[in-house]
Design a protein around this ligand. Structure first.
Ligand code: S3P
Length: 172
C-alpha cells in the first residue's frame, strides 16, 4: 500500500501590503493545497472590515480574527493572516509549532501598494508614515512567530512563492 504524502500547510504573516495574499495564492497553487485568507473569511461572515472597526472596535475584530485563524489551522492549507493578527497573544499561541513565514517589505516598495486602500488603521493623512509606525511596533511579534522570512519588495511574486515552496518542502 502506498501512502499519499501529507499535504503541506503553512501560515503567512507580515505587515499590511507585504504581499501575503498574492504570494499565498501562488504558494498554495504550487503545493496543491487550498488557499485561505482569514480577512476574506471574516468579511464573508461579518461584512466589510472598516465597518467592523467602526461599529465594534478593533478588539472585537481581533476576536473574530482569532476564531478565523483557529478554524483555518484546523482545515490546513496556505493560510494568509491580516497584518495585525500577531498583536493578539492567543493568536500567537495558536501559531506555535506551525510553519510560519514572515513576509517583509521596504517602506519604498509599500508606498505604491497602499495607494487607494481602505485599511482602517491607515485612514487619514500620510498612510505610509502610519504603516511605518505600526510595522515598527509589530516587528518583534512577526519575528517571534515565524521560522523564516522572505522580502517581497523588489522581486516577482512568483519567484518569492517558489522560494517559499522550496523552503517548506525542505522542512518536510
Ligand atoms: C490589519 C491588516 C489588514 C486587516 C485589517 C487590520 C492590521 O490585513 O486585517 O485592516 O491591523 O494590520 P492586511 O494585512 O491583509 O492588509
Amino acid at each position: 500500500m502506498t501512502n499519499a504524502p501529507e499535504p503541506l500547510s503553512l501560515v503567512l504573516v507580515g505587515p499590511m501590503a507585504s504581499g501575503k495574499t498574492s504570494v499565498g495564492r501562488r504558494v498554495a497553487r504550487r503545493l496543491g493545497v487550498p488557499f485561505i485568507d482569514t480577512d476574506k473569511r471574516i468579511v464573508a461572515e461579518h461584512g466589510p472590515i472598516p465597518a467592523i472597526f467602526a461599529e465594534h472596535g478593533e478588539p472585537h475584530f481581533r476576536e473574530l480574527e482569532r476564531a478565523a485563524v483557529a478554524h483555518a489551522l484546523r482545515e490546513g492549507g496556505v493560510i494568509s493572516l491580516g497584518g495585525g493578527a500577531v498583536t493578539d497573544a492567543e493568536t500567537r499561541h495558536l501559531l506555535r509549532s506551525q510553519p510560519v513565514v514572515f513576509l517583509t517589505v521596504s517602506e519604498e516598495a509599500v508606498a505604491d501598494r497602499l495607494r487607494g486602500g481602505t485599511r482602517p488603521l491607515l485612514a487619514g493623512d500620510d498612510p505610509v508614515e502610519r504603516w511605518k509606525r505600526i510595522f515598527a511596533e509589530r516587528r518583534g511579534w512577526y519575528e517571534e512567530v515565524a521560522s523564516a522570512s522572505f522580502d517581497t519588495s523588489r522581486r516577482p511574486m512568483q519567484r518569492i512563492a517558489d522560494e517559499i515552496v522550496a523552503w517548506r518542502r525542505e522542512q518536510g
